[in-house]
Ligand binder design. Structure first.
Ligand code: XIL
Length: 335
């Protein structure tokens, strides 16, 4: 059937993205991708371990192919990810052998060098970067104390609690040297519908941006907050709304960066589960429409249900045969 393209439905509001692998850029998968989407994120190809597996050895070929093919297909590319505690090589943060953290200066140098090399390499082919991913603990107990809510990650152990700010300063320096690039710098995290986690994220971004604005009037260091959006049938859209409103109040832009809603299991779901999934997708898109002025992009974490990190739980909008699910119809007509 000739379905309405999701990217057309939301054209005046925000970009519609998908996480992609190389095979999504060929044949019928590319047709589905470019019909419904106008943005993409590499699911794995631009993570630190993929781009700099050994110190000073950059492996850009696969990512370059992906980025160029996506741009040729008319998609904008979001960069994911510069600083993270997963899928990042140990050498960046940790001494070989006993595994103790590197000295602060050495880890900072590794972080800055990676950020600069990767951002300069991809240049203005990107519209935005996740500079830091998942720095805050799940459900922190004293979330106003955002430093105490930081995940005890290898970056944290080596550099200390200012590693987040240092990463953004390094990325900002690259952008300042390239004034004609239009690239937004994002902090990205999951479980952002959890009130305590959202509170810690809020205070972290607020303090870092306020400090920067004092020296650079009218400018932000962190341009945007990415709400990953890995949800399930128990997710309450009102909690998503509460976090979204708080983040917007910081004056940053928002993207929904990794949206999926698990429903069912073992690659199966009942009609009831499919309808419930459609309903939650619809509620979320109602919310995104309401705040569209502040939302740049809504990206699904995959193209269809048969592949991807939570495939067994049928999380996406198209099924394994690339056919539209009830979720698709909920998104096209959320009211
Ligand atoms: C996931 C990928 O989808 C998987 O293929 C990989 O094995 C692990 O990472 N948060 C993120 C993403 O920021 O990078 C993760 O992607 C999903 C959770």
């Amino acid at each position: 059937p000739d379905l309405e393209a999701l990217r057309d439905v939301y054209a005046s509001q925000f970009l519609i993205g998908a996480a992609i692998t190389a095979e999504d850029l060929e044949g019928i998968r590319l047709e589905l991708l470019s019909k419904h989407h106008n943005a993409a994120t590499a699911e794995n190809a631009m993570k630190p371990e993929a781009l700099q597996p050994q110190k000073g050895t950059y492996t850009f070929e696969a990512a370059d192919q992906m980025v160029n093919a996506a741009l040729d297909a008319g998609l904008r590319m979001h960069g994911h990810v510069l600083v993270w505690h997963q899928q990042s090589p140990a050498w960046m943060t940790t001494r070989p052998g006993e595994g103790s953290p590197l000295d602060r200066e050495e880890a900072l140098d590794n972080m800055r060098t990676h950020i600069r090399a990767v951002m300069e390499h991809f240049g203005d082919r990107m519209i935005s970067w996740d500079v830091v991913n998942e720095a805050i603990n799940d459900n922190p107990s004293s979330p106003e104390q955002w430093k105490g809510s930081l995940r005890q990650s290898p970056w944290y152990h080596a550099i200390g609690p200012d590693y987040v700010e240092q990463a953004f300063l390094a990325a900002r320096e690259v952008l300042d040297e390239n004034p004609d690039w239009e690239i937004k710098l994002y902090y990205n995290d999951y479980n952002e519908d959890n009130r305590n986690k959202a509170t810690a994220i809020y205070h972290m971004v607020k303090e870092i941006n306020e400090r920067y604005s004092q020296e650079h009037p009218g400018k932000l260091l962190i341009d945007g907050i990415g709400m990953q959006g890995h949800y399930g049938l128990n997710t309450n859209p009102d909690n998503v709304k509460a976090s979204l409103e708080r983040f917007i109040s910081l004056g940053v832009e928002i993207s929904i960066t990794e949206l999926d809603i698990q429903a069912g299991s073992d690659y199966q779901m009942t009609k009831q589960q499919a309808d419930a999934q459609s309903y939650i997708y619809a509620r979320l898109f109602q919310l995104y429409e309401q705040y569209a002025e502040h939302i740049s992009r809504v990206t699904f974490w995959g193209l269809e249900d048969s592949k991807g990190w939570r495939a067994a739980f049928n999380p996406l909008v198209f099924d394994r045969n690339l056919q539209a699910k009830p979720a698709y119809y909920g998104i096209v007509d959320p009211d």
